[in-house]
Design a protein around this ligand. Structure first.
Ligand SMILES: *Cc1c(COP(=O)(O)O)cnc(C)c1O
Length: 486
């Protein structure tokens, strides 16, 4: 199995996820070199360790092209706040969320992968989205030759801005469909289509091969590893830490893709302390890290951080695979139990290993709003609702560490900022001022007046654009839409 195959197939024939056979290491000398590089060079360097059959120069060109689409030069700037915390801002891409970090690169990994494998068919990409992946994937793949992309989103489960972003996408090879249901319904629906014989026959007839751009695709994961190395480099080059010092990362989590990339970075030798897994009111992961029992059978809440409103956290499969001592059989059993009963659990040794690397906590809507407000008032830093969840958890984590050991030196903590405040303008404005506005762009304008933060060009551009896509279907009609599209 090569990197190309993993990207093109997306998911293994038995429904399992692809994982690296081993974790390539980054030596101290290589790390030194990384520190002297710009972001595209750092990304290409990490990618080439997993995609060693790809041409290095082409990977670098792809990374340069991808990250040139980010506003203000640096694709992953690290910002120091006055309270000593660091923000890793991953939202300066074309769709204003961290999904751009990978989805601007994935089209290249896929196209090159098809070339390497001698694949002649066209590619159909099906995406289930809780809001941000959809738009980022549409932007990444629109007008790319030999590819069609179709995105399903939960009709009532995304913000107005996210919906507008997706439904105004240009390009002849794109389609966007709303589904009556929540994100898990969309994701399960897409998985069902991908595994159905009806679909396989249809695709064969039309000359298509199916692939996915969801966060379970290894081509999504690999580019995300790079920014953890990059953040660490930035801490070293700005003399905040010495090479070898441990750094904690706090990540707002839904499908466990972003934080898993941090875990992979650690496996590659990055000096990571704790990985803090932050959840919103849908705290299925917090409970799992507390007692080792995963239980998706629980009420589903719609929150201000919709991209984290997830009960079936797909990439967790890759973590429990590692924790089980890479036992594929055991992992498959657990995933089977998850799909049949909504539950599975891990043993005491695995739980201990999990808690060695991770700390998990959650916060409710009030806690998120309060934290966003406080940070704006105290440090003048506006953050989006997902980042608000992470910051709230990060603060509580620091307090706990201080209480547990008042004399200990705390690791520096980097909070991963996953979306622009302008992407969720109504909720952000509410958090900062207590005011409700009906119109997203009115929210954008007020936030701008309040914070003086620059409004991303991509959001300005969609303001007066009429939506192209208006179809809404039930979960059972998703396949019909795929048929029409092909
Ligand atoms: C997708 C997303 C998340 C969650 O990331 P996972 O990789 O699914 O854990 C958090 N915040 C924002 C803004 C997102 O778009």
């Amino acid at each position: 199995m090569t990197g190309a195959e993993a990207v093109v197939k997306g998911i293994a024939d038995d429904g399992g996820l692809f994982v690296p056979e081993n974790f390539p290491s980054v030596t101290p000398a290589e790390f030194d070199a990384l520190c002297g590089m710009d972001y595209p060079e750092r990304a290409a360097c990490i990618l080439s360790k997993y995609f060693d059959e790809y041409d290095k120069k082409e990977l670098l060109d792809a990374a340069k092209e991808a990250y040139a689409q980010f506003e203000d030069g640096d694709a992953a700037p690290l910002v120091r706040l006055d309270n000593g915390m660091y923000m890793l801002e991953l939202f300066h891409g074309p769709t204003c969320a961290f999904k751009d970090m990978a989805l601007t690169v994935l089209p290249h990994l896929l196209r090159k992968g098809c070339d390497l494998l001698g694949i002649k068919e066209k590619i159909l990409i099906l995406v289930a989205t809780s809001g941000d992946t959809g738009k980022a994937a549409l932007e990444g793949f629109r007008d790319k030759e030999g590819v069609k992309i179709m995105v399903f989103y939960p009709d009532d489960g995304v913000s107005k801005m996210q919906k507008l972003q997706m439904c105004t996408t240009d390009g002849d090879n794109v389609n966007v469909v709303a589904v009556r249901g929540n994100f898990d319904d969309c994701q399960t629906g897409v998985k069902r289509i991908m595994n159905s014989e009806k679909c396989k026959t249809l695709l064969k007839e039309r000359g298509y091969l199916l692939s996915s751009a969801n966060s379970i695709n290894f081509g999504r994961l690999a580019p995300q590893i790079a920014y953890y190395f990059s953040a660490y480099c930035d801490l070293v080059t700005s003399d905040q830490i010495k090479f070898g010092d441990k750094v904690d990362f706090c990540v707002p989590t839904g499908n466990f893709g972003n934080i898993l990339a941090a875990y992979y970075a650690k496996k590659m030798g990055l000096p990571v302390g704790k990985l803090v897994c932050a959840s919103n009111k849908n705290c299925v992961l917090t409970d799992f890290f507390a007692n080792g029992a995963y239980n998706a059978k629980r009420p589903f809440y719609r929150t201000m951080s919709p991209s984290m409103d997830i009960l079936i956290s797909s990439n967790l499969e890759r973590l429990i695979f590692e924790l089980s001592g890479r036992d594929a059989g055991k992992t498959a059993e657990r995933m089977k139990s998850l799909s049949q009963t909504g539950k599975y659990s891990v043993g005491a040794r695995e739980l201990a290993a999990m808690r060695e690397s991770f700390y998990a906590d959650c916060t409710d809507e009030d806690g998120t709003v309060e934290c966003m407000y406080d940070f704006f008032m105290d440090y003048g830093y506006p953050m989006d609702t997902h980042t608000g969840v992470a910051m709230s958890v990060a603060q509580r984590y620091e307090e706990k560490c201080k209480k547990d050991d008042p004399k200990a030196d705390l690791n520096p903590i980097v909070v991963v900022s996953t979306a622009s405040p302008y992407k969720f303008p109504q909720d952000v404005l509410y958090a900062l001022t207590g005011n409700d506005v009906k119109d997203s762009f009115k929210g954008v304008k007020r936030i701008h007046l309040l914070t003086a933060m620059k409004v991303p060009e991509s959001l300005k551009a969609i303001r007066y654009k009429p939506p192209r896509f208006k179809t809404v279907v039930g979960v059972d009609k998703m396949f019909e839409e795929v048929k029409k599209f092909l």
